[in-house]
Design a protein around this ligand. Structure first.
Ligand SMILES: [Zn+2]
Length: 359
Protein backbone atom coordinates (compact mmCIF):
# COMPACT_ATOMS: atom_id res chain seq x y z
CA UNK A 1 0.00 0.00 0.00
CA UNK A 2 1.44 3.42 -0.83
CA UNK A 3 1.59 5.58 2.27
CA UNK A 4 1.68 9.33 2.44
CA UNK A 5 4.93 11.20 2.70
CA UNK A 6 5.65 12.71 6.10
CA UNK A 7 4.73 16.21 4.95
CA UNK A 8 1.31 15.03 3.77
CA UNK A 9 0.74 12.98 6.89
CA UNK A 10 1.41 16.01 9.05
CA UNK A 11 -1.30 17.93 7.23
CA UNK A 12 -4.10 15.38 7.59
CA UNK A 13 -3.34 13.66 10.85
CA UNK A 14 -6.47 12.96 12.89
CA UNK A 15 -8.44 15.40 10.76
CA UNK A 16 -11.00 13.64 8.56
CA UNK A 17 -13.16 15.92 6.45
CA UNK A 18 -16.50 15.10 8.01
CA UNK A 19 -17.86 13.71 11.27
CA UNK A 20 -19.19 10.16 10.99
CA UNK A 21 -22.43 8.78 12.44
CA UNK A 22 -23.09 5.14 13.31
CA UNK A 23 -26.09 3.36 14.76
CA UNK A 24 -25.95 -0.18 16.06
CA UNK A 25 -25.48 -2.52 18.99
CA UNK A 26 -22.34 -1.77 20.93
CA UNK A 27 -20.28 -4.62 22.30
CA UNK A 28 -19.60 -5.71 24.93
CA UNK A 29 -22.52 -4.02 26.75
CA UNK A 30 -25.14 -4.79 24.09
CA UNK A 31 -26.91 -1.44 24.07
CA UNK A 32 -28.26 -0.20 20.75
CA UNK A 33 -27.59 3.48 20.19
CA UNK A 34 -26.09 6.22 18.04
CA UNK A 35 -22.54 7.36 18.20
CA UNK A 36 -20.48 9.89 16.31
CA UNK A 37 -16.83 10.07 15.39
CA UNK A 38 -15.44 13.58 15.32
CA UNK A 39 -11.82 13.60 14.30
CA UNK A 40 -10.19 10.77 16.21
CA UNK A 41 -12.73 10.76 19.05
CA UNK A 42 -15.96 8.99 19.93
CA UNK A 43 -18.93 10.93 21.24
CA UNK A 44 -22.52 10.04 22.09
CA UNK A 45 -23.63 13.64 21.72
CA UNK A 46 -24.70 14.72 18.23
CA UNK A 47 -22.10 17.18 16.92
CA UNK A 48 -23.11 20.59 15.59
CA UNK A 49 -21.53 19.82 12.25
CA UNK A 50 -23.09 17.61 9.57
CA UNK A 51 -22.24 13.94 9.99
CA UNK A 52 -22.22 11.23 7.33
CA UNK A 53 -24.03 8.03 8.36
CA UNK A 54 -21.68 5.14 7.64
CA UNK A 55 -23.42 2.35 9.57
CA UNK A 56 -27.09 1.79 10.38
CA UNK A 57 -27.62 -1.46 12.24
CA UNK A 58 -25.35 -4.35 13.07
CA UNK A 59 -22.84 -4.89 15.84
CA UNK A 60 -20.18 -2.31 16.65
CA UNK A 61 -16.83 -3.22 18.17
CA UNK A 62 -13.91 -1.03 19.02
CA UNK A 63 -11.24 -1.81 16.39
CA UNK A 64 -9.52 -5.16 16.84
CA UNK A 65 -6.15 -5.47 18.56
CA UNK A 66 -3.30 -7.89 17.89
CA UNK A 67 -1.22 -7.97 21.07
CA UNK A 68 1.70 -9.91 19.66
CA UNK A 69 2.79 -9.33 16.09
CA UNK A 70 6.10 -8.53 14.41
CA UNK A 71 5.52 -6.48 11.26
CA UNK A 72 9.22 -6.05 10.70
CA UNK A 73 11.69 -5.10 8.06
CA UNK A 74 11.64 -6.34 4.49
CA UNK A 75 14.69 -7.93 2.90
CA UNK A 76 15.60 -4.57 1.34
CA UNK A 77 15.71 -2.92 4.77
CA UNK A 78 12.48 -0.92 4.42
CA UNK A 79 9.68 -1.28 6.94
CA UNK A 80 7.01 -3.77 5.95
CA UNK A 81 4.08 -1.46 5.31
CA UNK A 82 2.15 -4.27 3.62
CA UNK A 83 2.04 -6.12 6.95
CA UNK A 84 0.52 -3.07 8.66
CA UNK A 85 -2.00 -2.71 5.83
CA UNK A 86 -2.96 -6.38 6.08
CA UNK A 87 -3.83 -5.90 9.74
CA UNK A 88 -5.80 -2.73 8.96
CA UNK A 89 -7.77 -4.33 6.16
CA UNK A 90 -8.87 -7.09 8.53
CA UNK A 91 -10.18 -4.51 11.01
CA UNK A 92 -7.14 -4.57 13.31
CA UNK A 93 -6.66 -1.01 14.55
CA UNK A 94 -3.95 -1.50 17.18
CA UNK A 95 -0.79 -3.58 17.13
CA UNK A 96 1.50 -4.28 20.03
CA UNK A 97 4.89 -5.31 18.66
CA UNK A 98 6.96 -7.10 21.31
CA UNK A 99 10.17 -7.22 19.31
CA UNK A 100 10.95 -5.44 16.05
CA UNK A 101 13.94 -5.70 13.70
CA UNK A 102 14.32 -1.94 13.58
CA UNK A 103 12.65 1.32 14.54
CA UNK A 104 9.34 2.26 12.94
CA UNK A 105 9.74 5.29 10.63
CA UNK A 106 7.95 8.24 12.28
CA UNK A 107 5.76 8.84 9.21
CA UNK A 108 4.38 5.30 9.49
CA UNK A 109 3.69 5.65 13.17
CA UNK A 110 1.84 8.93 12.57
CA UNK A 111 0.01 7.86 9.41
CA UNK A 112 -3.76 8.17 9.80
CA UNK A 113 -4.07 5.29 7.33
CA UNK A 114 -2.22 2.69 9.40
CA UNK A 115 -2.94 0.93 12.71
CA UNK A 116 -1.80 2.45 15.96
CA UNK A 117 1.44 0.93 17.19
CA UNK A 118 2.63 0.03 20.66
CA UNK A 119 6.21 -1.12 20.23
CA UNK A 120 8.59 -2.74 22.69
CA UNK A 121 11.90 -2.23 20.91
CA UNK A 122 14.21 -5.12 20.12
CA UNK A 123 14.03 -8.70 21.34
CA UNK A 124 16.48 -8.61 24.26
CA UNK A 125 18.36 -11.87 24.74
CA UNK A 126 20.70 -12.12 27.72
CA UNK A 127 24.14 -13.27 26.61
CA UNK A 128 24.15 -15.92 29.34
CA UNK A 129 21.39 -17.90 27.62
CA UNK A 130 23.02 -21.01 26.27
CA UNK A 131 21.28 -20.61 22.95
CA UNK A 132 19.71 -17.63 21.26
CA UNK A 133 18.68 -16.88 17.73
CA UNK A 134 20.90 -14.59 15.68
CA UNK A 135 18.22 -11.97 15.11
CA UNK A 136 17.87 -11.17 18.79
CA UNK A 137 19.74 -8.31 20.33
CA UNK A 138 22.21 -10.06 22.62
CA UNK A 139 23.07 -8.08 25.75
CA UNK A 140 25.33 -8.66 28.74
CA UNK A 141 23.49 -6.13 30.90
CA UNK A 142 19.87 -7.25 30.66
CA UNK A 143 18.69 -4.85 33.38
CA UNK A 144 20.18 -1.77 31.73
CA UNK A 145 19.10 -2.75 28.22
CA UNK A 146 15.53 -3.44 29.31
CA UNK A 147 15.23 -0.09 31.08
CA UNK A 148 16.64 1.69 28.01
CA UNK A 149 14.24 -0.03 25.61
CA UNK A 150 11.22 0.69 27.79
CA UNK A 151 12.28 4.33 28.00
CA UNK A 152 12.98 4.70 24.30
CA UNK A 153 9.69 3.48 22.83
CA UNK A 154 6.12 3.18 23.98
CA UNK A 155 6.94 2.19 27.53
CA UNK A 156 7.45 -1.49 26.80
CA UNK A 157 10.47 -3.77 26.55
CA UNK A 158 10.63 -7.37 25.41
CA UNK A 159 12.90 -9.83 27.15
CA UNK A 160 13.65 -13.44 26.29
CA UNK A 161 13.10 -15.27 29.59
CA UNK A 162 14.42 -18.34 27.79
CA UNK A 163 15.02 -19.46 24.24
CA UNK A 164 15.65 -23.11 23.60
CA UNK A 165 12.98 -24.92 25.58
CA UNK A 166 15.42 -27.64 26.56
CA UNK A 167 18.08 -25.20 27.87
CA UNK A 168 18.35 -23.18 31.09
CA UNK A 169 16.32 -19.94 31.18
CA UNK A 170 17.36 -16.52 32.46
CA UNK A 171 17.92 -17.02 36.21
CA UNK A 172 15.03 -15.90 38.37
CA UNK A 173 17.05 -13.30 40.25
CA UNK A 174 18.19 -11.63 37.03
CA UNK A 175 14.68 -11.62 35.59
CA UNK A 176 13.30 -10.26 38.85
CA UNK A 177 15.93 -7.50 38.99
CA UNK A 178 15.14 -6.61 35.37
CA UNK A 179 11.41 -6.48 36.03
CA UNK A 180 11.82 -4.36 39.14
CA UNK A 181 14.13 -1.92 37.35
CA UNK A 182 11.73 -1.55 34.40
CA UNK A 183 8.81 -0.98 36.75
CA UNK A 184 10.79 1.52 38.82
CA UNK A 185 11.43 3.45 35.60
CA UNK A 186 7.70 3.44 34.80
CA UNK A 187 7.92 0.83 32.04
CA UNK A 188 6.27 -2.50 31.29
CA UNK A 189 7.97 -5.75 30.44
CA UNK A 190 6.87 -8.58 28.15
CA UNK A 191 8.63 -11.92 28.62
CA UNK A 192 9.03 -14.54 25.92
CA UNK A 193 8.68 -17.93 27.63
CA UNK A 194 8.74 -21.32 25.99
CA UNK A 195 9.95 -23.56 28.78
CA UNK A 196 8.40 -24.60 32.08
CA UNK A 197 11.10 -22.97 34.17
CA UNK A 198 11.24 -19.82 32.05
CA UNK A 199 7.47 -19.40 32.35
CA UNK A 200 7.54 -19.98 36.10
CA UNK A 201 10.42 -17.53 36.54
CA UNK A 202 8.48 -14.87 34.63
CA UNK A 203 5.40 -15.44 36.79
CA UNK A 204 7.52 -15.23 39.95
CA UNK A 205 9.29 -12.09 38.71
CA UNK A 206 5.94 -10.37 38.12
CA UNK A 207 6.44 -9.36 34.47
CA UNK A 208 3.53 -7.54 32.82
CA UNK A 209 2.88 -10.20 30.20
CA UNK A 210 3.94 -13.77 29.58
CA UNK A 211 4.19 -14.40 25.86
CA UNK A 212 3.57 -18.03 24.77
CA UNK A 213 4.02 -19.60 28.22
CA UNK A 214 4.82 -22.95 26.68
CA UNK A 215 4.82 -25.81 29.21
CA UNK A 216 3.87 -23.31 31.91
CA UNK A 217 3.30 -25.14 35.21
CA UNK A 218 -0.05 -24.71 36.95
CA UNK A 219 1.58 -23.00 39.93
CA UNK A 220 2.33 -20.01 37.68
CA UNK A 221 -1.37 -19.15 37.39
CA UNK A 222 -2.01 -17.86 40.94
CA UNK A 223 1.28 -15.94 40.77
CA UNK A 224 0.13 -14.25 37.57
CA UNK A 225 -3.21 -13.40 39.15
CA UNK A 226 -1.48 -11.94 42.21
CA UNK A 227 0.99 -9.87 40.16
CA UNK A 228 -1.49 -8.73 37.52
CA UNK A 229 0.49 -10.51 34.81
CA UNK A 230 -1.40 -10.97 31.54
CA UNK A 231 -1.16 -14.10 29.42
CA UNK A 232 -0.67 -13.83 25.63
CA UNK A 233 -0.43 -17.47 24.55
CA UNK A 234 -0.25 -16.94 20.75
CA UNK A 235 -1.91 -20.31 20.15
CA UNK A 236 -2.22 -19.55 16.44
CA UNK A 237 1.46 -19.77 15.69
CA UNK A 238 2.04 -22.86 17.82
CA UNK A 239 -1.02 -24.50 16.31
CA UNK A 240 0.54 -24.15 12.88
CA UNK A 241 3.64 -26.09 13.94
CA UNK A 242 1.77 -28.87 15.71
CA UNK A 243 1.02 -31.06 12.64
CA UNK A 244 4.59 -31.30 11.36
CA UNK A 245 5.92 -31.78 14.88
CA UNK A 246 3.51 -34.68 15.31
CA UNK A 247 4.55 -36.15 11.99
CA UNK A 248 8.29 -35.84 12.62
CA UNK A 249 7.98 -37.27 16.11
CA UNK A 250 11.51 -36.73 17.47
CA UNK A 251 11.88 -36.72 21.26
CA UNK A 252 12.13 -32.95 21.01
CA UNK A 253 8.86 -32.84 19.07
CA UNK A 254 7.09 -34.92 21.69
CA UNK A 255 8.24 -32.49 24.39
CA UNK A 256 7.13 -29.58 22.24
CA UNK A 257 3.68 -31.12 21.77
CA UNK A 258 3.29 -31.61 25.50
CA UNK A 259 4.24 -27.98 26.04
CA UNK A 260 1.73 -26.91 23.39
CA UNK A 261 -1.13 -28.86 24.94
CA UNK A 262 -0.24 -27.35 28.30
CA UNK A 263 -0.52 -23.82 26.86
CA UNK A 264 -4.06 -24.51 25.71
CA UNK A 265 -5.04 -25.77 29.16
CA UNK A 266 -3.33 -22.86 30.90
CA UNK A 267 -5.15 -20.31 28.74
CA UNK A 268 -8.47 -21.54 30.11
CA UNK A 269 -7.18 -21.90 33.66
CA UNK A 270 -5.67 -18.43 33.56
CA UNK A 271 -8.97 -16.91 32.46
CA UNK A 272 -10.84 -18.81 35.16
CA UNK A 273 -8.34 -17.55 37.76
CA UNK A 274 -8.95 -13.94 36.77
CA UNK A 275 -5.77 -13.50 34.72
CA UNK A 276 -6.18 -11.24 31.69
CA UNK A 277 -5.80 -13.49 28.62
CA UNK A 278 -5.10 -11.61 25.41
CA UNK A 279 -4.93 -12.38 21.69
CA UNK A 280 -1.73 -12.28 19.67
CA UNK A 281 -0.83 -14.01 16.42
CA UNK A 282 2.98 -13.78 16.49
CA UNK A 283 3.59 -14.98 12.96
CA UNK A 284 2.29 -14.92 9.41
CA UNK A 285 -0.18 -14.29 7.94
CA UNK A 286 -0.61 -10.74 9.27
CA UNK A 287 -4.18 -9.68 9.93
CA UNK A 288 -5.64 -12.94 11.21
CA UNK A 289 -6.18 -12.19 14.89
CA UNK A 290 -9.62 -13.76 14.47
CA UNK A 291 -7.90 -17.14 14.31
CA UNK A 292 -6.48 -16.47 17.77
CA UNK A 293 -9.96 -15.60 19.04
CA UNK A 294 -11.13 -18.96 17.68
CA UNK A 295 -8.21 -20.70 19.38
CA UNK A 296 -9.08 -19.09 22.71
CA UNK A 297 -12.66 -20.31 22.35
CA UNK A 298 -11.38 -23.78 21.51
CA UNK A 299 -9.20 -23.56 24.63
CA UNK A 300 -12.34 -23.03 26.69
CA UNK A 301 -12.72 -19.26 27.11
CA UNK A 302 -16.29 -17.95 26.83
CA UNK A 303 -16.86 -16.26 23.46
CA UNK A 304 -17.16 -12.76 24.91
CA UNK A 305 -13.87 -13.14 26.79
CA UNK A 306 -12.14 -14.43 23.66
CA UNK A 307 -13.46 -11.55 21.55
CA UNK A 308 -12.61 -9.05 24.27
CA UNK A 309 -9.07 -10.47 24.25
CA UNK A 310 -8.72 -9.04 20.75
CA UNK A 311 -10.85 -5.96 21.28
CA UNK A 312 -12.22 -4.05 24.27
CA UNK A 313 -10.21 -5.86 26.95
CA UNK A 314 -7.00 -5.57 24.93
CA UNK A 315 -7.53 -1.85 24.44
CA UNK A 316 -8.24 -1.32 28.11
CA UNK A 317 -5.05 -3.22 29.02
CA UNK A 318 -3.03 -0.97 26.70
CA UNK A 319 -4.71 2.16 28.02
CA UNK A 320 -6.44 2.95 24.71
CA UNK A 321 -10.11 3.84 25.25
CA UNK A 322 -12.67 2.27 22.94
CA UNK A 323 -16.38 2.95 22.36
CA UNK A 324 -16.87 5.38 25.22
CA UNK A 325 -17.23 9.15 25.42
CA UNK A 326 -13.90 10.57 24.33
CA UNK A 327 -12.61 7.15 23.19
CA UNK A 328 -10.48 6.65 20.11
CA UNK A 329 -12.34 6.49 16.80
CA UNK A 330 -11.63 2.91 15.74
CA UNK A 331 -14.79 0.92 14.95
CA UNK A 332 -15.55 -2.29 13.10
CA UNK A 333 -19.15 -3.12 12.20
CA UNK A 334 -20.56 -6.61 11.65
CA UNK A 335 -23.94 -7.83 10.40
CA UNK A 336 -23.94 -10.84 12.73
CA UNK A 337 -23.25 -10.96 16.47
CA UNK A 338 -19.70 -12.35 16.79
CA UNK A 339 -20.51 -13.61 20.29
CA UNK A 340 -22.65 -16.28 18.61
CA UNK A 341 -20.15 -17.01 15.83
CA UNK A 342 -16.64 -15.64 16.12
CA UNK A 343 -16.09 -16.27 12.41
CA UNK A 344 -18.32 -13.25 11.82
CA UNK A 345 -15.29 -11.19 12.83
CA UNK A 346 -13.77 -12.09 9.46
CA UNK A 347 -16.60 -10.28 7.69
CA UNK A 348 -16.63 -6.65 8.82
CA UNK A 349 -18.91 -4.62 6.60
CA UNK A 350 -17.36 -1.39 7.82
CA UNK A 351 -13.88 -0.63 9.11
CA UNK A 352 -13.10 2.76 10.57
CA UNK A 353 -9.60 3.62 11.73
CA UNK A 354 -8.74 6.88 13.51
CA UNK A 355 -12.07 8.35 12.45
CA UNK A 356 -11.52 7.58 8.76
CA UNK A 357 -13.43 4.99 6.73
CA UNK A 358 -11.09 2.24 5.51
CA UNK A 359 -14.01 0.49 3.85
ZN1 LIG B 1 6.85 -13.19 18.89
Amino acid sequence: MPYPAASTVGGVRHAPRMALHLHGTLLPDGTTRDLWLVGDRVTFRPPAETAETVADGGFLLPGLVDLHTHPGLRADGGFDVDALAAHRDAGVAVLRCPGLDGPVPPELRASPELPRLVTAGAWLAWSGLSAHADFHTVVDDLVGAAVREAGAGDGWCKVMADWDFEAAPVPLELLRATTEAVHAAGGRIAAHCQSAQGSLNAARAGVDSIEHGMAMPAEAIPLMAAHGTAYVPTLTTFGKSAPWRAQRGLDRDVLWQEGHRTMITRAREAHEAGVTVLAGTDSLPHGDVVREVEWLIEAGLPADAAIGAASWRARQWLGLPGLEEGGLADVTVYDADPRHDAAALRRPNRIILRGRVVR
